[in-house]
Design a binder for this molecule. Structure first.
Ligand code: ATP
Ligand code: MG
Length: 608
């Protein structure tokens, strides 16, 4: 392509909402433009980069034996009601009613659709295993779209779904995807780490996340120094803390007046204590523990068309009280796991007041085991010698609370578990845990039979008995790959693209376009490279050298050939890598060949 004929609107200024380098650079280099909150238009350079990522993903998926399909972006809500995920997804799921009054979902993912279609097609073990994938738009009404295409509302996902007859076969399908992901991310030039993950709302038995470490990532990777253990923060399991030395003759619990002082910080300030010496009491609600989630959901759906959360007046839910240390954060995923995969959320004010007898901010564990359906206590609370907590009386706290003495640690409805986020100082199997930030670019899940059972997919096994197939699902964020590559490889001048996903592999910059011999030499090299299949951009604009170099650096094309009057007089051109600061002189007649060699060397480095 000729630069003069392309729309590459590079700019200096970026809007204030572009907080991180990749977002700023994608705008500055003219790759994307914002259409509305969380939706972007890809301009020609951006689209070229996207297509390169898609090509790599497609090649590796095909190589791994997956078959490409295409599913609709608009799906019937009814399918989501069958799995209950219309409730689990909450307001992130965008829905609309069509002119016939039918309710639809803008696809955020496609387990329901693919499983319902598979249900109609499979009947025998002989048809299994298979893996179907698509590369298509997804829509999630994200609470806070940000960081450009890293968390947008509309994005392109590669989503794959495997169907297997038994566990062993599922393991093979899962491994094939895991390996394909390693190849894909390597080929895209990303430095990634693989971490254990919770399967969350997907609901399954095993999962790994592929994450690109970088300071601006929204995910936290928790790992040991030797990387023998790596998990995301939602999953990272911590060893119980050593028990604190018991206090000799501990004083009795003492009520203290803390008027209007409810938060941990305020109480600490007022009572001159530390957050780690406090016990946080969190009141939660979950579907009635002795009733199935399905039953609750069907009632909920009938009442609210599936768009409101589970908590509502008029029908029963269970109250769960969770205790964590004042300096610790409750971990929702661990909590859900402890409750057997049930959806949990904070109780409303009315429930909190009803169960504690006090205003919000003054809850404590005393007597709550009797009032709640379940008391979940974090290990770290059990290890405390004594602490401060709410008194279940408005404007009061209690000091000298001794776990086990002032509230029970054992009982029919009491569970001690790991329900908090890992923090600095924690260990896993005795090894110190370290933390770093990262961007999740892909995730693989073993789903088991959750979807096949609910959507009626069945097959007859070798012995003639009917079974639901075991499923897996595998997602990759295509747009995020580009943004994370830019986030991790850039300098003050712009993007430094890996060659495999760069919009162009080579740029030929003619710095004296008005000089016919320069223009001709540049054009000759350009034509030779094109003929050899190199993706090359010819900067034939009538501009000074400075702005041309600035643009080439900003858009991050890996190899630059500069053709200028002075060097050309000696029969030379200059060859430069974007990632290096020095250029090299090469004779004009060798320019194309040397460039091709450079391109091949760069590509070779990304070979898995
Ligand atoms: P996150 O935790 O970041 O919200 P997720 O775990 O919900 O993502 P998955 O359902 O696993 O996402 O989707 C598969 C892939 O799609 C993710 O690994 C990510 O790369 C990409 N993705 C998910 N949500 C977005 C989004 N809002 N914008 C861009 N890419 C996304
Ligand atoms: Mg994910």
């Amino acid at each position: 392509m000729r630069y003069s004929r392309m729309l590459i609107p590079t700019v200096k200024e970026v809007p204030a909402d572009a907080e991180i380098p990749s977002h700023r650079l994608m705008i500055r280099a003219g790759l994307i433009r914002k259409v509305a909150s969380g939706t972007y238009m890809y301009l020609p350079l951006g689209q070229k980069a996207l297509l390169k990522v898609i090509q790599i993903v497609r090649e590796e998926m095909n190589k791994a034996g997956a078959q490409e399909v295409l599913m609709p972006s608009v799906q019937p809500l009814e399918l989501w009601q069958k799995t209950g995920r219309n409730v689990d997804y909450g307001p992130t799921l965008a829905t609309f009613t069509d002119r016939h009054g039918r309710e639809n979902v803008l696809a955020p993912t496609a387990e329901e659709v693919v499983t319902s279609i598979a249900a109609g097609e499979i009947s025998s073990y002989k048809q299994l295993p298979f893996n179907l994938y698509q590369i298509s738009f997804k829509f999630r009404d994200e609470f806070r779209p940000r960081f450009g295409v890293i968390r947008s509302r509309e994005f392109i996902m590669k989503d794959a779904y495997s169907f297997d007859a038994d566990e062993k076969s599922l393991d093979v399908s899962y491994k094939a995807m895991y390996d394909a992901y390693c190849r894909i991310f390597k080929r895209c030039g990303l430095d990634y780490v693989i971490v254990e993950a919770e399967s969350g709302e997907m609901g399954g038995s095993g999962s790994h996340q592929f994450t690109v470490p970088c300071d601006n990532g929204e995910d936290t990777i928790v790992h040991t120094q030797d990387n023998s253990y790596a998990a995301n923060l939602e999953k990272a399991a911590v060893d119980p803390l050593p028990k604190q030395k018991p206090i000799q003759d501990p004083p009795k619990a003492e009520l203290v007046h803390t008027p209007n002082i409810g938060s941990i910080e305020a109480v600490c300030h007022f009572l001159k204590t530390k957050p780690q010496d406090m016990i946080k009491t969190i009141i939660l609600r979950t579907p009635l523990l002795n009733e199935t989630v399905d039953k609750i959901r069907s009632r909920e759906l009938a009442k609210h068309n599936g768009r409101t959360a589970l908590v509502d007046e008029g029908w029963d839910v269970s109250t769960v009280v969770a205790l964590v240390r004042g300096d610790h954060e409750l971990n929702n995923e661990k909590l859900t796991q402890a409750l057997g995969g049930k959806h949990v959320e904070l109780a409303d004010e009315k429930t909190i007041e009803k169960i504690t007898g006090a205003k919000v901010g003054f809850a404590g564990p005393m007597q709550l085991a009797e009032k709640a359906n379940l008391l979940l206590i974090d290990h770290a609370v059990v290890a405390m010698a004594a602490g401060v907590t709410g008194a279940n009386k408005t404007d009061y706290h209690v000091k000298n609370i001794v776990p086990g003495r002032d509230f029970p640690l054992e009982g029919e409805n009491i569970i001690v578990a790991d329900i908090r986020n890992a923090v600095e100082g924690d260990t896993h199997n005795g090894k110190k845990l370290l933390f770093k930030k990262g961007i999740e670019v892909g995730q693989v899940f073993k789903l088991g039979t959750k979807y096949s059972k609910k959507l009626g997919a069945k097959f007859l096994d070798e012995k003639g008995s009917e079974k639901p197939p075991l499923m897996g699902c595998y997602g990759i964020g295509i747009n995020r790959i580009i943004a994370s590559a830019i986030e991790t490889a850039n300098d003050q001048n712009g993007i430094i693209f890996p060659i495999s996903i760069a919009p162009f592999e080579v740029i030929v910059t003619s710095v004296n376009q008005d000089d016919p011999s320069v223009a001709k030499a540049a054009d000759d090299i350009y034509q030779q490279l094109l003929a050899k299949g190199i993706d090359v951009l010819l900067d034939d604009r009538d501009l000074r050298a400075g702005p041309k170099f600035k643009d080439a650096d900003l858009i991050g094309i890996p190899v630059r050939i500069t053709v200028g009057k002075k060097a050309l007089a000696d029969g030379n051109v200059e060859l430069k890598l974007r990632c290096e600061s020095e250029s090299k002189k090469v004779p004009l007649e060798d320019a194309a060949e040397k460039t091709i060699q450079l391109v091949n060397d760069l590509k070779e480095k990304l070979n898995p």
